[in-house]
Write a protein that binds this ligand. Structure first.
Ligand SMILES: C[S@@+](CC[C@H](N)C(=O)[O-])C[C@H]1O[C@@H](n2cnc3c(N)ncnc32)[C@H](O)[C@@H]1O
Length: 289
């Protein structure tokens, strides 16, 4: 396994399923969302900031498909002064930026406990609503977009939710580089960017390689729960339903689930429901060895 400086793109945080912002893969330098474009050598990253330059990308050599995305590019997003203060005061306690450090969950949460990773938590509406309902679980919310994490951080601090932590970075890289194999009770992926255009389908996060990676991070019996309101993405996921031999598809609904499956309706999801989109839920369980 090796790291390369690769072509990585993701949509910015838009809560907009129609047109996630796409950066130009040919751009020589990325524009970082909440900051202006800078040369990588100009300064050190600030607290909770992704490093400048093209993000490192794991070179997987297993013949499977992984999201192929270009430069990281974000819309400008500003924090309110209050969010800035909360960020400044609390990010070091609750947050980490993508790195090669394998997370010591016990140390970070101050306890052992089943751990769940939520990829692409957005503003954390689901995260902060679900975490108090599963107080014995440790929740690691992963998101690229700082204003989204700032909202989640503010809500976490304000509501004194003790079982949420956050990582800023690409969820695939976070799983690969920061999460110990066979350590998770669950992985959540709620309303991933659908990349509706055919030429962008390779950017969709659900791919055969991602499913293999998720499975490798789950304990036997661990659950992967994904939801989308995008019909074409749902078909795409359906086609990949059985591609990963270590994951067993489970029919929805699943009242006996060991993992909390009920989500609150997020602003994003409500928008889809207003457009009469059906919500498609997918569950897999990691098979026992
Ligand atoms: C459509 S929004 C859904 C947000 C939230 N899950 C919800 O249900 O409201 C998709 C989110 O995934 C984030 N995202 C996209 N690609 C990602 C990646 N590779 N790693 C982490 N987050 C990602 C985006 O920034 C965005 O916040």
């Amino acid at each position: 396994m090796s790291w390369t400086i690769g072509n990585v793109t993701t949509s910015d945080f838009s809560e907009n399923i129609e047109q996630p912002a796409v950066s130009q893969e040919s751009e020589p330098l990325p524009t970082r969302g909440d900051e202006q474009t800078v040369q990588p050598h100009e300064r050190q990253p600030k607290k909770g900031e992704l490093p400048a330059g093209r993000p490192e990308k794991t070179q997987f050599d297993d013949g499977l498909d992984y999201p192929r995305i270009g430069n990281l590019s974000f819309r400008r997003g500003t924090l309110t002064p209050n969010q800035e203060k909360i960020w400044e005061d609390n990010w070091d306690t609750y947050g980490k930026v993508l790195s090669d450090e394998v997370i010591d969950v016990e140390e970070w949460f101050g306890r052992k406990g089943p751990t769940i990773v939520e990829i692409g938590c957005g503003t954390g509406t689901s995260t902060v609503a679900m975490a108090p309902q599963e107080p014995d679980h440790n929740i690691i919310a992963v998101e690229l977009y700082r204003p989204g994490l700032a909202k989640l951080l503010s809500a976490t601090v304000r509501n004194e939710v003790s079982n949420i932590r956050m990582v800023r970075g690409d969820g695939v890289e976070v799983l690969q580089r920061m999460i110990e194999p066979e350590s998770l009770a669950g992985v959540r992926l709620f309303f991933p960017d659908p990349w509706p255009k055919a030429r962008h389908h390779k950017r969709r996060i659900v791919q055969s390689g991602t499913l293999r990676l998720i499975s490798s991070r789950l304990k036997p019996g661990g659950i992967f729960h994904a939801a989308t309101d995008h019909a074409d993405y749902a078909e795409w996921i359906e086609e990949l339903r059985e591609v990963e031999p270590t994951l067993e598809p489970i029919a929805w609904p699943w009242p006996e689930s060991p993992l909390l499956l009920d989500r609150p309706t997020t602003k994003f999801e409500a928008r889809g429901l207003n457009l009469d989109h059906d919500i498609h839920e997918f569950i897999w369980r990691k098979k026992e060895a």
